[in-house]
Design a binder for this molecule. Structure first.
Ligand code: BES
Ligand code: MN
Ligand code: ZN
Length: 486
């Protein structure tokens, strides 16, 4: 947990202090204090371009003169005018990641919080996220949680928000990073139940029986190849007026995606434990929203299945009947996420949401289109999509909209059933996924986030170890916040 400190940077009790330097305007005030105490040490480093203030650049100053702490870590913040929540988050995470490289006691952060402290909470979250790694099962860890993180000039509200959001980003990352023999539908919902109990979320879990009674034929078809029975979980936070329609967040929870009979090549399958990242994001966001006591009604729903090939697996050519009555011709069992979401979206509609957002590691095509760092957004209502894009921009989580022209509907036309579960060959695969999901959202304003790229890093970033990223937890919380009181 991050606590606050009022102590002066020169005399603070800490093993290390963290200060920032901009690439254009140079030292922040705390950096200047170190510079003055050290007789212009930092100014000389900047002068000689040893310290340039580029994003995530890290420079360790050992035993800087005039400082009680034995180490000052200088982190680059980029251009001052572009400093935002995203940069505050990632710069703090980069510094924490470096410091967590070995066991440490107390560390004090003196990073800028923006003109009105509006970036402080993001920085605090970043510091918590930077010191958690993915080496859950290694004897010798790469990251060691910092004993105590102290933050200068943090309001109580920023501290609370930063801690809660940071902890829940780490929860989402942990659930993604846990191996698939640990996280499967029933174990995921068991964890969700524990968490819901702790933070006071209402929870409802549907087992195989209930899913059958609810005629979730599309989700069940994906699950039928696995010995692990499926689950659906609903979480409810009622912070708003009783008559206020809830926001609905919906997550794809494929706890392992082998591709089914349309088996993935081994290399593509290696990281497919990440295919429940949407569900993890929704659980983490609902937990954070509940702990922040936001005055808004939100429901979170996730469909949990394992996609496996077996004698009982669904086949190519099978025709499924989804919960909303539409028939689906299966053309590729690896396009399973949309089959799961089809029924989960219909369950969500039953809760009369005002607006919906689904999050899914849905298509490799989205990664081809936008790269590994950017998620794709698709919508049936531009005004709602604009709000989601704005929330993502506020948080510094990269999101880019893809078109949903009516013509794309042809891509999912079937000769046998109402629709088929794949698009037209190689083209516009991410959008075909979006068009498929659109068939299941009725008239409710909806945004689909294809997070196949940024949900899971194959390689480490300067600010984060490889593995689950927890990306879009912050955007969902921001959406709930901007909707408060509506
Ligand atoms: N889970 C995958 C998508 C994915 C790819 C997630 C890479 C994360 C990283 C999804 O279920 C899938 O297999 N999609 C297919 C769809 C196709 C068969 C229409 C794909 O992208 O190839
Ligand atoms: Mn798949
Ligand atoms: Zn998948």
């Amino acid at each position: 947990m991050v606590t606050s400190t009022q102590q002066n940077i020169l005399t603070v009790d800490a093993e290390a202090v963290v200060v920032g330097v901009f690439s254009d305007s140079g030292m922040t005030n705390p950096a200047m204090a170190i510079d003055r105490a050290g007789g212009g040490l930092l100014a000389r480093l900047i002068e000689s371009k040893e310290v340039a203030g580029k994003p995530y650049e890290l420079t360790s100053l050992w035993s800087p003169p005039g400082l009680k702490a034995p180490l000052a870590l200088v982190v680059g913040l980029g251009e001052q005018a572009r400093f935002d929540q995203g940069m505050a988050y990632r710069a703090a995470a980069a510094a924490a990641r470096q410091l967590a490289g070995r066991q440490r006691g107390r560390v004090a952060f003196y990073l800028p919080g923006g003109p009105n402290g509006e970036f402080t909470a993001s920085g605090i979250s970043g510091a918590l996220v930077g010191c958690q790694g993915q080496d859950l099962y290694r004897a010798e860890k790469k990251r060691h949680p910092i004993g105590e993180i102290a933050w200068a000039e943090a309001s109580d509200a920023a501290l609370a928000a930063g801690n809660i959001i940071g902890e829940n980003i780490n929860l989402a990352r942990l659930l993604v990073n846990e191996p698939p023999q640990e996280i499967f539908p029933a174990s995921f919902t068991a964890r969700a139940a524990e968490i819901a109990q702790e933070c006071g979320l209402e929870i409802e879990i549907w087992d195989q029986d209930r899913l059958e009674r609810e005629r979730c034929g599309s989700l069940l078809a994906v699950a039928q190849g696995s010995v692990r029975p499926p689950r659906l979980v609903m979480l409810r936070h009622s912070g708003g007026r009783p008559d206020q329609r809830p926001l609905a967040f919906i997550g794809k929870g494929v706890t392992f995606d082998s591709g089914g009979l349309s088996l993935k090549p081994s290399d593509s399958m290696k990281t497919m434990k990440c295919d429940m990242a949407g569900a993890a994001t929704v659980l983490a966001a609902l937990t954070a929203i509940s702990r922040l006591k936001l005055p808004v009604n939100v429901v979170g729903i996730a469909g949990l299945v394992e996609n496996m090939p077996s004698g009982s697996a669904m086949k190519l050519g099978d025709v499924l009947t989804a919960r909303n009555g539409k028939t689906i011709e299966v053309q590729n069992t690896d396009a399973e996420g949309r089959l799961v979401l089809a029924d989960v979206l219909d369950v969500a509609l039953g809760l009369k949401p005002s607006k919906m957002v689904d999050l899914a590691t849905l298509t490799g095509a989205c990664v081809v289109a936008l790269g590994v760092d950017v998620a794709g957004a698709m919508t049936n209502r531009q005004a709602w999509c604009d709000e989601v894009l704005a929330a993502a921009r506020t948080c510094g989580e990269p999101l880019w909209q893809l078109p949903m022209f009516a013509e794309y509907r042809d891509d999912i036309r079937s000769e046998v059933a109402d629709i088929r579960n794949t698009g037209d060959g190689r083209w516009a695969g991410a959008i075909a996924g979006g068009k498929f999901l659109e068939e299941f959202v009725g008239d409710v304003p909806w945004v689909h986030l294809d997070i196949a790229g940024p949900a899971f890093y194959d390689k480490p970033k300067p600010w984060l170890d490889a593995g689950g990223s927890g990306m879009f937890v912050r955007t969902l919380v921001e959406l709930a916040r901007t909707h408060s009181g509506n």
